[in-house]
Design a protein around this ligand. Structure first.
Ligand SMILES: Nc1ncnc2c1ncn2[C@@H]1O[C@H](COP(=O)(O)OP(=O)(O)O)[C@@H](O)[C@H]1O
Ligand SMILES: [Mg+2]
Length: 229
């Protein structure tokens, strides 16, 4: 569904990604793990078109999208939930949900968000910035339903949330995966991410340190080396 090949990218003179390749198969959940600063967020930004790579290929459902702007990738089913969600704080929850919806699908997007996260039902007319961190993440995750998403990039969506909310969010991701949507999940809750992942990719200082199934990661002793704690 998504294929990144030999990606090099960075900021100004600083090269962050030094030739990273990654495949998210159709319907699969891939956990993208690695230490802080490894380049996980940068790789998601390259995939969704927010950052241009200096080398490499980006294929979305077999089509080269390297020169396609983010909105075109979105229309082809790629959805990026960035770090800290990126909701519009001054807009109401309903306005946020309408913004992420395809034209004509605004009310349906609100209905689907409330069905997935009933807590949002009471909050629709409230400014999103006044919600709790967990509720803001619910709004951010609801953008997945706005247009038919086929591959979703999730950047630490459970960061800083209470354990019960983390469970709610992972349950949402599991449900999403069951509908056949492909997921690329960057997470600090490593065990949780490995629990829903079909494959895991370990990034270290801008290079791929490991690609395989979660069980292989353990047996290679890599989990302890890279992901302690
Ligand atoms: N906007 C930016 N400008 C300059 N350097 C950045 C920027 N964003 C990230 N970096 C640097 O790129 C490297 C990788 O960052 P990032 O992709 O955020 O890593 P991760 O998400 O794995 O923690 C880090 O060294 C970070 O300091
Ligand atoms: Mg990051």
């Amino acid at each position: 569904m998504l294929r990144l090949e030999g990606i090099r990218a960075g900021y100004g003179q600083a090269t962050v990604l030094r030739g990273v390749s990654l495949v998210v198969p159709d319907g699969a959940v891939v956990a993208l793990l690695g230490p802080n600063g490894a380049g996980k967020t940068t790789l998601l930004r390259v995939a969704s078109g927010l950052l241009h790579p200096t080398a490499g290929r980006i294929l979305l459902d077999g089509e080269d999208v390297a020169s396609a702007p983010p909105q075109q990738r979105r229309r082809r089913g790629l959805c990026h939930v960035p770090e800290r969600g990126g909701v519009f704080a001054d807009l109401t929850v309903a306005e946020n949900l309408r913004l992420f919806a395809r034209p004509g699908g605004e009310e349906e997007a609100i209905d689907r968000a409330v069905a997935a996260f009933p807590a949002l039902g009471q909050r629709l007319q409230q400014a999103a910035g006044t919600l709790s961190g967990g509720e803001q993440q619910m709004v951010a995750l609801s953008r997945v339903h706005g247009e038919e998403s086929r591959v979703v990039l999730l950047d630490e969506v459970s960061m800083g949330l209470a354990p019960k909310l983390v469970d709610t969010i992972f349950a949402f991701l599991e449900d999403l995966a069951r509908t056949g949507v492909s997921l690329l999940v960057v997470e600090q809750y490593v065990a949780k991410a490995l629990g829903i992942a079909d494959y895991v990719c370990l990034l270290d200082r801008g290079r791929t340190a490991f690609v395989g199934e979660p069980a292989e990661l353990d047996s290679a002793g890599l989990a302890a080396r890279y992901l302690a704690g």
